[in-house]
Design a binder for this molecule. Structure first.
Ligand SMILES: [Zn+2]
Length: 442
């Protein structure tokens, strides 16, 4: 009996030690995420609100309206998303978007347009489009697209008939020399995510610990400057105009969810919107599922949400009117810049040139003779560090300023602006504009 008691006491001790070691190692593993929650992210939020307090509305030098939105987003039409309007629209409103250009995965070789969401919903334009074979295609009119034809034929067919063709996932191989595609992703959240490597556990742990409250900073953990892609973009622009745009690649599909089906079963859905199981509700379901949300989900453990993707990076396009075609036309013209919106709302930012009589002579995306340029100018609603990039090289930097001015001194080249926000002496890239293309005077 004594021996038995001794053994059971030893056993309990052993279990306790194992539990303590387990708890301590979990704590050590989670420590960086806990530190983020109690220190880093509140501090970043504080700096963000200090920056917001310095807001000064710039004068509207550019007469067109800046509409901001997202390109490259997926809905229920894609095999790897379940997103419906009831989820997409509130997220788009919260992120103050004016437009969403969708890029749903095709269903078959013959792709019909429009389909899925298409039109104006509560003052937000949603344009249907497809992502396939490294392209995002928005034909902008009804018809059928045959994906089973040579890519260059397809690109020419779409662009010749008023549609939009973008190169997506630009970390991958593309026919860069193709003369007809109009734009390329210079930033894609997914591209940035995959360069994190295989060990995603720290990112997941951080996302869970920092949840909804600091998800905007949790997502920023993946951010890296896309140096190779930007260099490629600059080098293509030396030969022909290619517009840079940002992709959110939103799917709202990195999560664990459950919903009641119409016939009273429970469907569990995992990453990439894949069904895990369809079961009769048991104790687990009864414990975890509550009333369905707008998307029909009774349980949700989320990593990426539509809102946080929509608010991460936007493409701002200067337009003459609020229509899908005008947004597309002005994107193709390059009247656009990209902005990391979770850092600060970029409306008001402008980049343009003036002539010798100080009148506006070109805006980002325009081509202009050196004779029509006296100054390159930019204005920002917050003080930023401006960098002027000419043909891929930094040629001028101005710190801590609302305004920027540079005399290109009759030098032809492609001039674009990068603007950086100062977060506690760390400069975060905030805005990348399209270039003003300055050519030799005639
Ligand atoms: Zn995609």
């Amino acid at each position: 009996m004594k021996l038995f008691r001794k053994i059971s006491r030893l056993f309990i001790k052993f279990i306790l030690i194992v539990l303590i070691i387990g708890f301590l190692s979990a704590l050590i593993y989670a420590a960086p995420s806990i530190w983020n929650r109690v220190h880093t992210y509140p501090k970043l939020d504080k700096i963000k609100s200090e920056i917001e307090a310095t807001y000064k509305k710039p004068f509207d030098f550019i007469k067109q309206t800046d509409y901001k939105g997202v390109l490259h987003a997926h809905s229920y039409w894609s095999h790897d998303s379940r997103g419906i309007l009831e989820e997409i629209l509130p997220a788009a409103k919260k992120a103050k978007l004016d437009f969403i250009f969708l890029s749903d995965h095709e269903h078959s070789q013959l792709d019909s347009f429009p389909r899925g969401y298409h039109g104006v919903y509560d003052n937000i334009i949603i344009e249907s489009g497809t992502e396939n074979r490294g392209l995002m295609v928005n034909p902008m009119k009804s018809g059928i697209l045959d994906w089973d034809q040579p890519l260059d034929t397809l690109i020419k067919q779409v662009t010749d008939s008023g549609g939009l063709v973008l190169y997506v996932h630009t970390e991958e191989k593309h026919a860069w020399e193709n003369p007809d595609y109009q734009a390329m992703e210079i930033y894609n959240i997914h591209t940035d995510f995959i360069d994190e490597g295989d060990d995603l556990l720290p990112f997941v742990v951080n996302s869970i610990i920092n949840g909804n409250k600091y998800r905007h900073w949790g997502m920023r953990e993946i951010f890296d400057e896309q140096i190779v892609i930007m260099a490629r973009w600059d080098s293509i622009n030396k030969f022909r105009k290619v517009i840079g745009m940002a992709a959110v690649d939103a799917h709202s599909n990195q999560n664990l969810r459950a919903r009641y089906t119409d016939d009273g079963m429970v469907e569990w859905v995992g990453p990439n919107a894949k069904q895990i199981s369809l079961v009769e509700p048991g104790w687990k379901e009864k414990l975890l599922l509550s009333e369905s949300d707008a998307g029909g989900w009774g349980f949700k453990l989320e990593l990426d949400t539509y809102y946080h993707s929509f608010n991460f990076v936007n493409t701002h396009i200067f337009c003459n009117e609020f229509s899908n075609v005008n947004i597309k036309d002005n994107l193709v013209a390059g009247h656009a810049f990209i902005a990391f919106e979770s850092l600060a709302n970029a409306k008001g930012f402008q980049y343009f040139s003036t002539n010798s009589t100080n009148e506006l002579s070109a805006i980002m995306g325009d081509s202009i003779s050196v004779n029509s340029i006296n100054k390159l100018k930019a204005v920002s609603p917050f003080p930023v560090q401006f960098k002027l990039i000419k043909d891929g090289s930094v040629v001028n930097t101005v710190k801590d300023s609302y305004t920027y001015e540079f005399d290109p001194n009759q030098e032809p080249g492609n001039y674009r602006i990068e603007a950086y926000l100062n977060f506690n002496d760390e400069l975060f890239p905030w805005i990348y504009t399209n270039p003003i293309y300055v050519y030799e005077g005639l």
